[in-house]
Design a protein around this ligand. Structure first.
Ligand code: FES
Length: 106
């Protein structure tokens, strides 16, 4: 199963298996990784699953949707590598993906 490396704002790393087709948000929530609240349950309606995708991986995660862009405006301290974790679905190509959680989510 492909792995995601979740890095919390304090630098703790969590290496988690995430099934293909599952979202990066679900991988964190199902494994009690702090820093991703996912208040809306993955509906792209809360922005509490904001992550910074490692720049080396950003393109592989695909394009942000228009809705995701809108929701990111409500997140704190976004940058060019910001994504909503519920909008990234795992693929074989994302094995080893690194995402960092913002300090505002912990
Ligand atoms: Fe709400 Fe991702 S879980 S926007």
């Amino acid at each position: 199963m492909p792995k995601v490396h979740y890095v919390t704002h304090d630098g703790s790393r969590h290496e988690i298996d995430v099934a293909i087709g599952e979202s990066v948000m679900r991988g964190a929530v199902d494994n009690d990784i702090p820093g991703i609240d996912a208040d809306c349950g993955g509906q792209c309606a809360c922005a509490t699953c904001h992550v910074f995708v490692d720049p080396a991986w950003f393109e592989k995660t695909g394009e942000r949707t228009e809705m995701e862009e809108m929701m990111l405006e409500f997140a704190d301290a976004t940058d060019e590598n910001s994504r909503l974790a519920c909008q990234i679905d795992m693929t074989e190509q994302l094995d080893g993906l690194v995402v960092r959680m913002p300090e505002s989510q912990h």
